[in-house]
Design a protein. Structure first.
Length: 181
């Protein structure tokens, strides 16, 4: 797994239309249901994975813009080294956008929440998380946070075509952690 960065998220409760009773909230990497703390790209302080190298960078934006983070959860993400092209049924290496400095400092204390499968068709920010956005969670065993429990489950589901007809890929598997603050 490759460290790719941090984000403050506002974790949403499971929407009523997502018919998975075991899911209580949505820890997806995308901002479709659980939004990022702000429209952060406009500040151009993100790294080559379009996240933040440190929590302090995001906190500085929040302070400057008077954004209250008291209801936000600090998440840390790692990515599986390869992304999956569903059309080609193949894996290929991921790399950060070279025009941005990428120097992610892993946290001292974190807890794994689960694994998300995220689309990156534009090759920039995390787009959709089909587990929640497209209700793929109704077809797979997910945890209370609408995430897969293991990397192997995510890889197997991608290779088996479970994510076909959800959103355009490629798909990346991201480990989602909560960070002690």
């Amino acid at each position: 797994m490759v460290p790719i960065g941090y984000m403050f998220k506002r974790i949403a409760l499971r929407p009523a239309w997502l018919q998975v009773d075991s899911v209580t909230d949505i820890w997806s990497v995308s901002s479709c249901i659980s939004p990022h703390f702000t429209d952060y790209v406009r500040f151009w302080l993100h790294n080559g994975y379009w996240l933040f190298d440190s929590p302090e960078t995001a906190e500085a934006i929040a302070k400057r813009e008077n954004i209250d983070l008291s209801d936000a959860t600090l998440c840390y993400y790692e990515a599986y080294e390869d992304e999956f092209d569903g059309d080609q049924k193949s894996w290929s290496a991921i790399t950060p956008e070279e025009s941005f400095v990428t120097d992610v400092r892993p946290p001292n204390g974190s807890k794994l929440v689960g694994y998300d499968v995220v689309t990156f068709s534009v090759r920039t920010t995390p787009e959709c998380s089909p587990l929640s956005c497209n209700a793929i969670a109704t077809q797979l065993p997910v945890n209370a946070h609408c995430l897969l429990q293991t990397l192997d489950e995510a890889r197997s589901a991608l290779e088996a075509g479970v994510f076909e007809n959800s959103e355009p890929g490629p798909f990346r598997i991201l480990a989602v952690y909560t960070v002690d603050r």
